[in-house]
Design a binder for this molecule. Structure first.
Ligand code: GDP
Ligand code: MG
Length: 174
């Protein structure tokens, strides 16, 4: 069996403000590491992880974008072929939640209309510093027809679930 052997290949792109934990989520899932031991993401970079769902080999190509405004021109071209988007905010950072409509406008403008978007509230290990309630995020995600999950890249809470649930949904809609 060759290393290229898989039943499905999906492209997943992480977006959201800088500092919300996108790189940490990807590294946690693909390498089991926290902290990732690398500096800020420059431009766009991707990691591969193959998971097995119901006996099917699902290869996930996970693109970690930098959230900074000045990098947006780089990331826009990557929206187009994405099968799924992980729109991430930080539950301890109101500002990262308030920017979500801006990200949604980008998605609407650049992503496929078939893209699956998951809203992720990261850093739940910092619950004592929470600024965005679960209820607000639930209401927002429901209004936008997005799946919603809270994670901790640090404690590895829901990180595996995030990617596996997404892979499952991608297969279901493929
Ligand atoms: P990015 O700019 O969205 O890629 O964010 P990073 O992954 O670089 O993380 C930004 C900062 O948040 C770093 O200092 C991380 O150590 C920290 N961080 C990321 N995820 C978590 C988490 O789940 N919990 C905590 N406490 N810190 C986190
Ligand atoms: Mg990063």
């Amino acid at each position: 069996m060759s290393m290229e052997d898989y039943d499905f290949l999906f492209k997943i792109v992480l977006i959201g403000n800088a500092g919300v934990g996108k790189t940490c989520l990807v590294r946690r899932f693909t390498q089991g590491l926290f902290p990732p031991g690398q500096g800020a993401t420059i431009g766009v970079d991707f990691m591969i992880k193959t998971v097995e769902i119901n006996g099917e080999k699902v290869k996930l190509q996970i693109w970690d974008t930098a959230g900074q405004e000045r990098f947006r021109s780089i990331t826009q071209s990557y929206y187009r072929s994405a099968n799924a988007l992980i729109l991430t905010y930080d539950i301890t950072c109101e500002e990262s939640f308030r920017c979500l409509p801006e990200w949604l406008r980008e998605i609407e403008q650049y992503a496929s209309n078939k893209v699956i978007t998951v809203l992720v509230g990261n850093k739940i290990d910092l619950a004592e510093r929470r600024e965005v309630s679960q209820q607000r995020a639930e209401e927002f995600s429901e209004a936008q027809d997005m799946y919603y999950l809270e994670t901790s890249a640090k404690e590895s809470d829901n990180v595996e679930k995030l990617f596996l649930d997404l892979a499952y949904r991608l297969i279901s809609e493929a």
